[in-house]
Design a protein around this ligand. Structure first.
Ligand code: CAA
Length: 263
């Protein structure tokens, strides 16, 4: 009898959060073109869904993702060939970084190469004690191609990023915490529940204010301080057009919990 195969990407909701789980255990969640296509479709769908306020992108306990699928890259030859076959694939990491709603990465086990880059394209990272982060592409004759020399450097600084990108050095979860790469380190049994808890705590906030704050924090990463401050001021002013600003400030003086409408 034919066995039903589990989907490689599982998509679920829990209240106001959307959860996308990578599920390709036989290759430690290697990020094939099909897997990343499914991830971007699911996250993009949640980003457009007015019932969803925050998202979790999770891996499996043994591996968040061990990188882009090397099997799909090994036959690629020439810069033009690489661009033709891989540019669209790699652009999905940037698209994830540009989604409006916050994404918490739930990372346990390997977050290597494209897997580390995928976690860093999210907004926050909850790591299990077994998580390891690294950009080992140099060990297979290439380099990071989905943000690993850029996002990692902005977080951990030039010296450590150089060492990781140039030697393949990996960081333990505790080291990643000490360098500010992850938000918290939790036991492996609870990495997913802790990531969901963080996403729920964001999803309970007024969504327009959350999205404006996310965009403004990203502007700090992407722009000069003077440009970031202008962006922040404009976003702050725009929130005074929302009903949630009226409700939040009214509720403060009425000494009650605000009821967010999302408008
Ligand atoms: N692509 C395809 N398959 C992979 C894979 C990957 N990135 N990582 C692991 N696998 C497969 C292995 O081939 C193996 O398959 P088989 O059982 O069929 O042989 C299976 O997953 C289990 O892997 P290992 O036997 O190697 O497991 P291990 O516990 O001994 O080692 C590991 C684990 C250290 C993660 C090791 O698998 C490894 O080094 N993987 C590659 C990591 C890597 O180089 N990632 C970067 C990829 S390039 C990239 O990501 C570019 C970019 O910037 C986007």
């Amino acid at each position: 009898m034919a066995q039903a195969t589990a989907p490689e990407v599982i998509v679920e909701t829990e209240g106001k959060i959307g959860i996308v789980t990578l599920n390709r255990p036989q290759s430690l969640n290697a990020l094939s073109i099909a897997v990343v296509d499914a991830v971007i479709e699911a996250l993009g769908g949640f980003d457009r869904d007015p019932k969803i306020n925050a998202m979790v992108l999770a891996g499996l306990p043994k591996s968040f993702a061990a990188g882009a699928d090397i099997g799909e890259m090994k036959g690629v030859t020439g810069a033009a060939g690489a661009e033709k076959q891989l540019a669209r694939h790699l652009s999905h990491w940037d698209k994830i970084g540009r989604l409006k709603k916050p994404i918490v990465a739930a990372v346990s086990g390997y977050a290597l190469g494209g897997g580390c880059e995928l976690a860093m394209a999210c907004d926050m990272i909850v790591a299990s004690e077994t998580a390891v982060f690294g950009q080992p592409e140099v060990l297979i004759g290439v380099m990071a191609g989905a943000g690993g020399t850029q996002r990692l450097t902005k977080v951990v600084g030039k010296s450590l990023s150089m060492e990781m990108n140039l030697t393949g050095r990996r960081l333990t979860a505790r080291e990643a915490l000490s360098f500010g790469l992850v938000n918290r380190v939790v036991p492996v049994e609870s990495f997913l529940s802790e990531a969901k808890k963080l996403a729920h705590s964001i999803a309970a906030q007024p969504p327009l204010a959350v999205q404006a704050a996310k965009a403004s924090v990203l502007a700090a990463v992407d722009s000069k301080l003077s440009e970031g401050l202008v962006f922040e001021r404009q976003s702050f002013f725009r929130l005074f057009e929302t009903q949630d600003q009226k409700e939040g400030m009214k509720a403060f003086f009425e000494k009650r919990k605000p009821v967010w409408s999302g408008n």
